[in-house]
Every structure is written in C-alpha cells, then in structure tokens.
Design a protein around this ligand. Structure first.
Ligand SMILES: CC(C)(COP(=O)(O)OP(=O)(O)OC[C@H]1O[C@@H](n2cnc3c(N)ncnc32)[C@H](O)[C@@H]1OP(=O)(O)O)[C@@H](O)C(=O)NCCC(=O)NCCS
Length: 167
C-alpha cells in the first residue's frame, strides 16, 4: 500500500490533471499519444472507428495542458476488455496508468460488470504493471505474435451490486 500511496501522492503533486472522455474531436490527440507510446500505433482511422463504436470507451489524461496518456476499453452487458493503455515516457511511474485503470474499474463496477480481460505479449513489460493492478494470467496463446506467446489476463471487480448485497 505504501507504494500506491506514494504514487498517488506523486500524481497529485502534478499541478493540473484532467481526465476527459474522448469523442470524435479528440481522435488526433489519441493518435499523438499512440505514436509516442506504441511501436505499432493505431492509425487515425483505427482510432476514429474505435471512438464511433458504441461499445468502446476512451479516456485521455491531460497533465498541465499536455496529453499524457489514454485508455481504451470495450464493454458489453457482461464483461469488458482492455484494448489499449499508454502513458508518454516523461509521465511514467507516477501512477497515471494505475489511475486510468482505477477509473475504468470504478465505471465498470457502477455498471455491474465484474470481469475485465486483456491480451498482452508475454514479453511486454506491461505484464508486471497488470499483475500489480489486479490482473492474473488465465490462458496463453502460443506463437500469437510470431514466435512470441500472448497472455490472456483477467481482473475481477467488486460491483456496486456486490457491495449492496454485503451490507
Ligand atoms: C505500461 C504503462 C501504461 C504504465 O504506465 P505508468 O503510468 O508508468 O504506470 P504506473 O506509474 O501506474 O505504474 C508503474 C508500475 O508498472 C510497472 N511498469 C510500468 N511500465 C513498466 C516498464 N516499462 N517496465 C517495467 N515495469 C513497468 C512497474 O511495475 C511499475 O512499478 P515499479 O516502479 O514498482 O516497477 C506504460 O509503461 C506504457 O505506456 N508502456 C508502453 C505501452 C504499453 O506497453 N501498454 C500496455 C500494452 S497495450
């Protein structure tokens, strides 16, 4: 807990942080983050299609007026899938991706969705980040990325309904 408290403090110490829901006007902001963060970024068309997809949800974090990171996930009535999460290098290790995930978990909890899945290259350093943030491996897809395996991970969320049942 000490670690996450410290991270929260680091994030709060940044002057001004805004989380904004992406719409068609913010596609180019996500494009810029994608280019900055991923070796195989989504192009503008991919991003516009994702934003237009009513099952997808995208949120951008803006720190001191600069786009710093974003998250994209899809959800239906039963489950969600984390599609993208990325933070620009200079904003990393301050808890920003953790905060974006927490906001996703909170939204899904309110929607009564208790399971979130993702797929990641087994060699991606983000696996460590996901493990730290409640995801556990549930399956592997052999040679999914050329000769590298994909890991399927799942996080279980307490929904608002669960919490009401408890009391
Ligand atoms: C993964 C990522 C989103 C984390 O963003 P972040 O804001 O730095 O994450 P947080 O500050 O909330 O958490 C940091 C923790 O995550 C892990 N982590 C994050 N990036 C890491 C990296 N490149 N290498 C190793 N561990 C990493 C670490 O466990 C770190 O904690 P530690 O200091 O104890 O090692 C960011 O590194 C990134 O954008 N990476 C490139 C894009 C990517 O791979 N996205 C995920 C696949 S879609």
């Amino acid at each position: 807990m000490l670690d996450s408290d410290h991270r929260q403090f680091t994030l709060n110490a940044m002057c001004d942080i805004i989380f904004m829901k992406a719409d068609s006007r913010s596609a180019t902001i996500i494009e810029e983050i994608e280019k900055n963060v991923f070796s195989k970024p989504w192009n503008l068309k991919n991003i516009e299609e994702s934003i237009a997809n009513r099952l997808n949800y995208s949120e951008i974090a803006v720190i001191d007026g600069e786009s710093a990171g974003c998250i994209i996930y899809s959800k239906n009535s039963f489950e969600a899938e984390l599609l993208r999460i990325g933070v620009k290098e200079k904003f990393r290790n301050k808890g920003l991706a953790g905060a974006l995930l927490k906001r996703m978990f909170d939204t899904l909890s309110e929607d009564g969705i208790s399971e979130v899945f993702l797929e990641v290259n087994e060699n991606n350093q983000a696996v460590k980040f996901y493990n730290k943030n409640g995801f556990t491996e549930i399956a592997r897809r052999k040679n999914y990325y050329g000769n590298e395996n994909a890991i399927i991970m799942k996080a279980t969320i307490n929904t608002v309904n669960d919490e009401n049942t408890k009391s």
